[in-house]
Ligand binder design. Structure first.
Ligand code: FES
Ligand code: FES
Length: 175
């Protein structure tokens, strides 16, 4: 009577979900209503995935699913079953920041940092598809992300700086 668990709780259905996150497979039994953002934060411990509005407006929760930027607060974990997810935690390699992370630091493109992982993940998608974006293309790509602190110019500059850095790294003709 006083266990706190009701028959209705026990009857709640769960589904098995297996997701590859930053190269590592994670499997859990979850309720179908569990959002991907909560799966990533609470089940996989990836707190770089931020939850702001939970309504698909702010973009703080943006991750890549099969390479496409998605708002993880609008995606159910079960929808990600069998897919590959990338979060901000997977960007640094061998202790070196990704050029976008470095550029956000260099260009002072953040203040409180709450929005930053979402901006960075949207920018990763942009630079993979458009390695040398115009300012308008940067603005359009980031138009689903909201920052309450910085104004956007430093963020745009950071993305352009990272694009230039990645271009230099890409080949000898860039040097
Ligand atoms: S928390 Fe997902 S868009 Fe705001
Ligand atoms: S740096 Fe604070 S919300 Fe963007």
């Amino acid at each position: 009577m006083s266990t706190g668990t009701t028959e209705r709780d026990e009857a709640r259905p769960t589904e098995s979900v297996t997701v590859t996150i930053n190269g590592e497979e994670v499997s859990r039994e979850v309720e179908p209503r569990l959002k991907l953002s909560d799966f990533l934060r609470d089940e996989a411990g990836l707190r770089g995935v931020r939850v702001g509005c939970e309504h698909g407006v702010c973009g703080a929760c943006t991750v890549l699913m099969e390479g496409d930027a998605v708002k993880s607060c609008l995606t159910y974990a079960v929808q990600a079953d069998g897919f590959e997810i990338e979060t901000v935690e997977g960007l640094a390699t061998d202790g070196e920041l990704h050029p976008l992370q470095e550029a956000f630091h260099e260009e002072h493109a953040l203040q409180c940092g709450f929005c930053t992982s979402g901006f960075v993940m949207s920018s990763v998608e942009l630079l993979r598809e458009t390695p040398d974006p115009s300012r308008d293309e940067v603005k359009t790509a980031l138009s689903d992300n909201i920052c309450r602190c910085t104004g956007y110019h430093n963020i745009y500059r950071a993305v352009e700086r990272a694009a230039a850095e990645l271009d230099v790294r890409a080949g000898p003709e860039g040097e």
